[in-house]
Design a protein around this ligand. Structure first.
Ligand SMILES: Cc1cc2nc3c(=O)[nH]c(=O)nc-3n(C[C@H](O)[C@H](O)[C@H](O)COP(=O)(O)O)c2cc1C
Length: 224
């Protein structure tokens, strides 16, 4: 290995084989209770919880460790209202045909439409931005690598952390999302990636049957 500064790995935890088996099953049982929720209660969620989940997201692996992400956590009702108005404007055109017939047909079993009241009801919206320009230090203006992959992994960590904390989420992607740059005051070199809706589910929240159908292990994995 090339010369580089390093420190001993001290925080890896090895579990006995049986415990490892149990932990892997426990994790699966817990993560399969995550569902995209589209009906949120207005109950508030402490900022400290959101901060911890964002810290967890920030530990994700990334190309050359450039951490090419920025999270804008929105709880201000006026800003959420603006996000909803702009998102619904884009979604009206999307559902009116801009998406194309095949895409709209694929969405039918989910029952989604251009109305997004949850963008105002949910206590938190987290706008996730992918930084095309950056580096290992904040404010660097070098090139970032594997930006989409890195931000996708960090977003996965974030969704998992929120679920683990006892919160529901919706991975929302109003299309196009460029309006988020202006609302969140982010540079045009940052690409809006996902708008995560976070909070408690409404008491009468439902999930589409379509979303409960997950491919079996033998369909998604091959062992060779
Ligand atoms: C990249 C991505 C974009 C998504 N965009 C939307 C969206 O704009 N609106 C929405 O209602 N759901 C959206 N979803 C949620 C999916 O519809 C949902 O994950 C899928 O139906 C499976 O359901 P589950 O998350 O409950 O397992 C998106 C999911 C992903 C991963």
């Amino acid at each position: 290995m090339a010369e580089h500064a390093s420190v001993p790995l001290t925080d890896f935890i090895e579990y006995p084989a049986e415990e490892m088996q149990q932990r892997s099953d426990d994790f699966y049982q817990a993560i399969k209770r995550r569902h995209s929720v589209r009906s949120f209660s207005g109950r508030s969620v402490d900022r400290a919880v959101i901060e911890n989940c964002l810290r967890a997201a920030g530990t994700a692996p990334s190309g050359a460790n450039h951490q090419p992400w920025h999270f804008v956590a929105i709880s201000d009702p006026a800003v959420k209202k603006e996000v909803r108005e702009k998102a619904e404007l884009e979604e009206q055109q999307f559902y009116a045909g801009r998406a194309g017939e095949e895409w709209l047909n694929a969405l039918k079993p989910l029952g989604t439409d251009d109305q997004k009241p949850f963008l105002e009801t949910a206590p938190w919206l987290i706008a996730i931005f992918a930084q095309t320009v950056g580096g290992v230090e904040s404010g660097d203006s070098g090139k970032n690598y594997y930006v989409r992959e890195s931000v996708g992994i960090a977003t996965g960590f974030l969704i998992d952390a929120l679920h683990h904390s006892g919160l529901a989420t919706l991975t929302h992607t109003p299309k196009p999302m460029k309006f988020l740059n202006e609302i969140c005051n982010r540079d045009s070199t940052e690409r809006p990636y996902i708008l995560l809706v976070v909070g408690y589910p409404a008491d009468d929240a439902t999930i589409p049957v379509h979303a409960t159908k997950k491919k079996a292990l033998k369909e998604i994995a091959t062992f060779i």
